[in-house]
Design a protein around this ligand. Structure first.
Ligand code: NAD
Length: 500
């Protein structure tokens, strides 16, 4: 017997023993037989030759995207064997690990990315407990003279996923929860500026899943991620679906891949304040939402349109809520620092691009660029600007909020629609006038439309509903949940089994 066989055998035995020891409730089924090996040239199975146990000992972390996809496929087959109980276990493991490690992982992610706020990074991990799991998949049943029919939500298999720099571990975690609840495995390509923390968390998730269920590579990740690894994942025959979360570039790339893609794309959420509701509440909500994680959220308030009659009162209300007002000269200095004009973009008229060095940075950093001294603990800067200001046009992701004076609700809706750029992402109104709410909702057609709350109410923080960090705006699936990652299959029994 060769040393290779001995090592494989020993690994298998240890894996089986550990999986039984780790979970008295876990089904003690043997691991499924390996499928036949695949000929890399044509992708056909090679009869009589079992596949090499892909990714043994890697716990989901792969330098090679193709290997990751193959290992994820085997994990998908193993998960199918573990049934609904197995999926439930995976969901619980990911939620428990995020909860237990929230402080440490929040700190590690902030240290790597240097964007956002520690308190909110921690909150985003604690909040994983509220992400829907297996219970979300209720089949749809029909019963009639011709028998019964059941429509079931079945898995796709392996899903290729891309995560943003703004919430790396939280997006990966809620993607795993939703995808595994639906019976899928995943391969992640994280943002190059936020991948180390994701690799660390993925390894820990997979180690725990392996201990409990004997599955090593359910949530694979490429280390390090590149555009080539994205292309390899998108092209791989095992990958049946893509789910990308990020800006316009990755959405375009996913849509061009030829695979079905769920695209959680960019936003630039506008707020309209018409003065018919409580201005103190409006200011409180706006400060909470726009300051959250230094305005990194795609749903975060990015610009506010206020009716002229209540404009001054609203600005005073923002100050009372602890936001710091910049004057025109300070806004000009900040704008010069916050946007760059890379040469070669635009035909002789370079297009402004947000300066990544200021994205998600603390208000003190922005204030320094603006030449302002602010009280310590200030969460948000704000100022009056024109409706066509760069801070309105660009998705800036900084804790500075431009506020625009408008003459009428109609003008406010027109400007809000312009600022939203047709992303159909999120919009917010503070109003007690149902006609105003209806008009704005109809005009902007956003995926999330929040009335009299902060943007976070749209994800269950202060409003009803569940959360997810992937909001499929571009492709229209809405806030992702386990059903998003399923195919509907119909099972029909003709003339029988209707029991009355
Ligand atoms: P980004 O677009 O720079 O990167 C997002 C991800 O896409 C990263 O992993 C990046 O490496 C990858 N990527 C970028 N261009 C690519 C390409 N051409 N091919 C393959 N992969 C590519 O965005 P970011 O700064 O990390 O995140 C902020 C953006 O994401 C904002 O636009 C925000 O609105 C959006 N976002 C949307 C949601 C949502 O649920 N809709 C959630 C979070 C963030």
């Amino acid at each position: 017997m060769s040393a290779q066989v001995n090592e494989t055998l020993i690994r298998d035995v240890v894996a089986e023993v550990l999986s039984r020891l780790g979970s008295p409730s876990a089904p003690a089924k043997p691991a499924p037989a390996l499928p036949p090996a695949v000929n890399p040239a044509c992708g056909c199975p090679v009869e009589g030759k079992p596949a090499r146990a892909a990714g043994r000992g890697r716990f989901g972390v792969f330098p090679d995207a193709n290997e990751a996809c193959e290992a994820a496929h085997q994990a998908y087959l193993q998960l199918s064997e573990r049934g609904v109980a197995g999926r439930n276990k995976v969901v619980q493991i990911v939620k428990d690990l995020c909860y237990a490690n929230a402080k440490e992982w929040g700190r590690i992610e902030l240290e790597e990315t240097k964007i956002g706020r520690l308190d909110h990074k921690i909150e985003k991990l604690l909040g994983q407990r509220g992400i829907p799991g297996v219970e979300f998949l209720n089949p749809y049943g029909l019963s009639g003279d011709h028998g019964i029919t059941l429509e079931e939500y079945a898995p796709f298999g392996v899903i290729g996923a891309v995560t943003p720099s703004t919430h790396s571990i939280p997006t990966m975690a809620c993607n795993i929860i939703s995808m595994a609840a639906a019976g899928n495995a995943a391969v992640f390509n994280a943002h190059p500026g936020a991948y180390k923390c994701a690799v660390m968390a993925a390894r820990i998730f997979n180690e725990a899943i392996h201990r409990e269920l004997g599955i090593e590579n359910l949530a694979c990740i490429v280390d390090p991620p590149t555009l080539d690894s994205f292309n390899a994942i998108a092209k791989h025959e095992r990958v049946k679906l893509l789910c990308v979360t990020g800006g316009p570039g990755v959405v375009k790339a996913a849509m061009a891949s030829g695979k079905r893609a769920i695209c959680a794309g960019p936003g630039n959420p506008p707020v309209l304040v018409d003065g018919t509701s409580c201005l103190t509440n409006a200011a409180k909500c706006v400060v909470f939402g726009a300051a959250y994680d230094n305005n990194l959220l795609c749903i975060g308030e990015k610009e506010v349109f206020v009716l002229a009659g209540v404009f001054d009162k609203f600005m005073a209300a923002l100050e009372k809520q602890g936001a710091f007002r910049l004057n025109a000269a300070q806004v000009e200095r900040l704008t010069k620092a916050a946007f760059v004009f890379p040469p070669g973009q635009g035909a002789g008229c370079p297009h402004p691009v947000v300066n990544r060095d200021l994205v998600g940075r603390d208000p003190e950093v922005l204030a320094k660029h603006a030449g302002a001294t602010i009280p310590s603990g200030t969460q948000l800067l704000f100022a009056e600007t024109a409706a066509d200001h760069l801070f309105i046009e660009e998705e800036q992701m900084m804790p500075f909020l431009p506020i625009v004076r408008v003459k009428s609700v109609e003008e406010g809706i027109v400007e809000a629609k312009k600022a939203e750029h047709g992303y159909k992402h999120s919009a917010i109104i503070h109003s007690h006038d149902v006609a105003h709410m209806t008009a704005m909702g109809k005009a902007l057609e956003t995926t999330l439309f929040i009335k009299n709350g902060s943007c976070l109410a749209g994800l269950g923080n202060g409003g009803e509903g569940y959360a997810n960090f992937s909001i499929a705006t571009t492709t229209g699936e809405g806030i992702c949940n386990p059903r998003t990652f399923t195919r509907v299959r119909r099972c029909v029994m003709v003339d029988k089994l209707r029991i009355f």
